[in-house]
Design a protein around this ligand. Structure first.
Ligand code: OGA
Ligand code: NI
Length: 417
């Protein structure tokens, strides 16, 4: 009961206890040079003592108050990263060459690939791919254009700021599990427009459009994003086929769900952080969609929770590879044969980091439930059916507004044994 009560007032309790733990730690009065997270100017400031906060009801917290870290960013002690980390020995690296060239691929080679993908999904929920067929030039172009976008002033970036009506564009105040992420993002959808429910209210049948907000500068951003997005869709379908085959399903078993897809892409910018010991670029979370394809730069920071022992392991950056992870929807479709695995992002005080996740999501009207082919009397469905559109609109709402309730999760639909 006490725990449940604590959860309901998460924002307040969490932060206060983080503050208490803070007082014994050596962050006080250190003279440091660091940037505010959303500008590119470096300032020398006195790193003053972190003060307990009074929780404001304002929707938007200013990112950093001069000389102190906004407590909204501070993680509970048990969720803080370890500065020395285990490098991700083990996140499997899979060569997709057999599906790229149609010539001379033996059945054995192909089956081997399907097995590798299946094992990676089962054992890790994560894998990396090489020979993926995405032209490097397209990745370099979106990388260059997004760096130009984020290098602008906050005022410029906020001209395309996400708001309660437009969920795409620039945003710098995302919260994961009610703690603010040390990042700024630019989001765009693949389908233009993307059709979604008008509200998260279960009985409201109305739909609305999500439209992209493209900035004036840099002018090439729009086209490079759109082109790169199409490459991601192509790769996502290939991966989905391999995953379907690995579950003994027809290769195109999942394709129908993506006809009016709600997929979106995000450009993440993680500025250097003066206190990487207590904040995270993205707090621990699972991806809610079907599949995520992530490109990370050479800085590193992504950590994956290893299934075998629950340790956080770092995914070492490897040039021109993509990191793939199974999302919650595949977990439900596969009735838990493949699990969506928790991950988070560490930041550092030296270098900014960029990453580009593509979230492959089905049509809003998709009713997500364990596939009949994968359930029977001995292995009954572990989840109740839920509507993807309502799920995502509920989630977006709480990521935008810091609500004092836990975010929607698939385990809310779990049928208890
Ligand atoms: C995400 C995510 C990882 C990264 O945006 O959901 O997990 O390395 N990002 O940026
Ligand atoms: Ni993620």
């Amino acid at each position: 009961m006490f725990i449940a009560k604590r959860k309901n007032i998460l924002g307040i309790e969490q932060i206060n206890s983080a503050m208490q733990a803070q007082t014994s730690q050596p962050y006080k009065n250190i003279k440091k040079t660091y940037p505010s997270p959303h500008t590119n100017s470096y300032k020398t400031v006195k790193h003053a003592e972190i003060k307990p906060i009074t929780l404001s009801t304002k929707k938007y917290h200013p990112p950093i108050t001069m000389g102190e870290v906004d407590p909204a960013f501070i993680q509970e002690p048990e969720h803080r990263p370890r500065i020395s980390y285990i490098e991700g020995k083990g996140v499997p690296l899979i060569d997709l060459a057999p599906i790229l060239s149609s010539n001379n691929v033996s059945a054995i080679e192909f089956e081997g690939l399907v097995k590798e993908v299946g094992n990676a999904c089962k054992d890790w929920g994560f894998f990396q791919v090489i020979s993926h067929g995405v032209p490097l030039e397209k990745r370099q172009k979106i990388d260059g254009a997004s760096r130009k976008f984020f290098a602008q002033s906050l005022e410029e970036k906020r001209k395309v700021r996400r708001n309660e009506k437009e969920v795409t564009g620039y945003f710098d105040a995302e919260h994961t599990k009610n703690v603010r992420d040390w990042k700024e993002v630019f989001d765009f959808t693949i389908e233009e427009p993307t059709i979604v429910p008008a509200s998260h209210e279960p009985d409201d049948k109305e739909v609305t459009e999500w439209n992209n907000q493209w900035p004036e500068y840099p002018p090439e951003l729009r086209e490079t994003c759109q082109e790169y997005g199409q490459e991601m869709v192509k790769l996502a379908y290939k991966l989905l086929e391999l995953i379907a085959l690995s579950l003994d399903l027809p290769a195109d078993r999942f394709h129908g769900f993506f006809k009016d897809q709600t997929s979106f892409m995000r450009v993440n910018h993680y500025p250097p952080c003066p206190t990487p010991e207590i904040a995270l670029g993205v707090g621990r979370h699972k991806d809610a969609g079907a599949l995520t394809i992530l490109a990370q730069d050479d800085v590193g920071g992504l950590e994956v929770k290893r299934k075998t022992d629950g340790e956080w392991v770092r995914v070492k950056p490897t040039p021109d590879t993509y990191i793939i992870n199974v999302g919650d929807i595949i977990q439900v479709w596969s009735n838990d044969r493949y699990e969506s695995v928790e991950h988070r992002v560490m930041v550092n005080s030296e270098r900014e980091r960029f990453s580009l996740p593509f979230f492959f999501n089905p049509a809003h009207y998709t009713m997500v439930k364990p596939l009949e082919e994968l359930t029977d009397e001995k292995n009954p469905a572990k989840y109740r059916t839920y509507n993807w559109g309502k799920f995502i609109t509920t989630k977006k709402r709480s990521n935008f507004q810091k609500l004092n309730v836990e975010n929607i999760q698939i385990y809310h639909f779990k049928i208890s044994d």
